[in-house]
Design a protein around this ligand. Sequence first.
Ligand SMILES: [Cu+2]
Length: 136
Amino acid sequence: MAIKKVFPVFLAVLLSACAGGQSVSKVTVTMSEFAFEPASITVAAGQPVEITLINDGAIEHDFAIEVIPAEDVSTEGSMSGHDMSDQHAEFDLHTATGPGETSVLRFTPTQPGTYKIICSVPGHLDAGMTGELIVK
Ligand SMILES: [Cu+2]
């Protein structure tokens, strides 16, 4: 009897969590030398995403996606004076985080696909600092 009463409530909570729309998908990514953890992130098209980037390393790292259709892009706590001298292109998504610091990247992806995440600090991509954002 107890199960019959509780189950519909549990189901309703699950459904509201998955309903998309205005709910924000929150992800925490830890950066270090030279990796993103987790290296693969899966989010839903049309749903706002908030990625909290924790730099657990001893040097600066960033999180960049060169091309991704996205709306409502904003960052918080991104480093100023970040070295982007290696760059030949602008990034659609980019936030730089100093050692021991945290920054936040918010956006809403609009098209399903697999998008490459890199750390654009010179030398880091070559050292294997890469990941993927999967938009379903
Ligand atoms: Cu890096």
